[in-house]
Design a protein around this ligand. Structure first.
Ligand code: URA
Length: 228
């Protein structure tokens, strides 16, 4: 692929802008400045530097973010900055979107991609992708509450029972809840439905992916698409 096209596909701006970056000597490959926008490179395993920052070629883009509290997943945030502001400009420019949403005050694993089919596969209720939430409750978590979460509770917008795939106590006030769907405020509403209250919420797992312990809040990392 021509180098200007490589940069274009990876979110470095319009074709003209990418050709200009290359011609200006901003791009290095293998330690060599490449200033011909038309020079061809094999994209598999390609690593290039733009203004001294290394990028690996990815199609599609799939990344994970350790979402901190105080960020909204909406594209048009109203009260807090958007999670998009935690991603670098090339990822934003190539159109990555959050895969599902977390509330402003929820922390933990949030995935993004520019692959619409992947978003559909991971968020469609048909596919039952399990998500694990670590919940801190206001009141001690009882066996009866855990059983009701597993058996299913009625939420206010739907008479059908909504059940957790798993609900395990992890401490007096804490539990791990595994859900197959992603309804609006689902964890908070399920906790309320069993007479408790969610005081803090953290997503630790999404499908086969677990939030790495060495990824600090606010930081992002590439994800191997084969794992999703
Ligand atoms: N359930 C909630 O209530 N909030 C989240 O952010 C995610 C799941």
């Amino acid at each position: 692929m021509r180098l200007a096209q490589v940069l274009f596909t990876q979110g470095f701006g319009a074709r003209r802008v990418c050709a200009g970056l290359v011609a200006a000597g901003a791009v290095r490959i293998g330690g060599r400045v490449v200033d011909d926008p038309g020079e061809e490179f094999a994209t598999e395993g390609l690593v290039f530097e733009v203004d001294g920052v290394a990028w690996a070629f990815h199609v599609p883009a799939v990344v994970m973010l350790h979402k901190p509290a105080g960020y909204e997943c909406s594209q048009k945030p109203r009260h807090h900055p958007s999670v998009m502001s935690l991603l670098p400009a090339p990822l934003r420019q190539r159109g990555v979107q959050p895969i599902g949403r977390l509330d402003e005050d929820t922390t933990g694993l949030l995935l993004f991609t520019d692959d619409g089919q992947l978003i559909h596969r991971l968020t469609s209720p048909k596919h039952h992708v399990p998500k694990v939430y670590q919940v801190t409750a206001k009141h001690p978590v009882s066996d009866e509450q855990l059983q009701r979460l597993r058996d299913g509770v009625v939420l206010d917008d739907d008479p059908a029972l909504v059940a957790a795939l798993a609900a395990e106590r992890t401490g007096v006030w804490t539990l791990a809840l595994t859900l197959a769907e992603g309804r609006y405020h689902q964890v908070k509403r399920m906790l309320a439905a069993v007479g408790n209250r969610c005081e803090a919420l953290h997503r630790s797992d999404f499908g086969a992916l677990r939030l790495p312990t060495d990824l600090p809040a606010g930081a992002w990392r590439w994800v191997d698409q084969a794992v999703c």
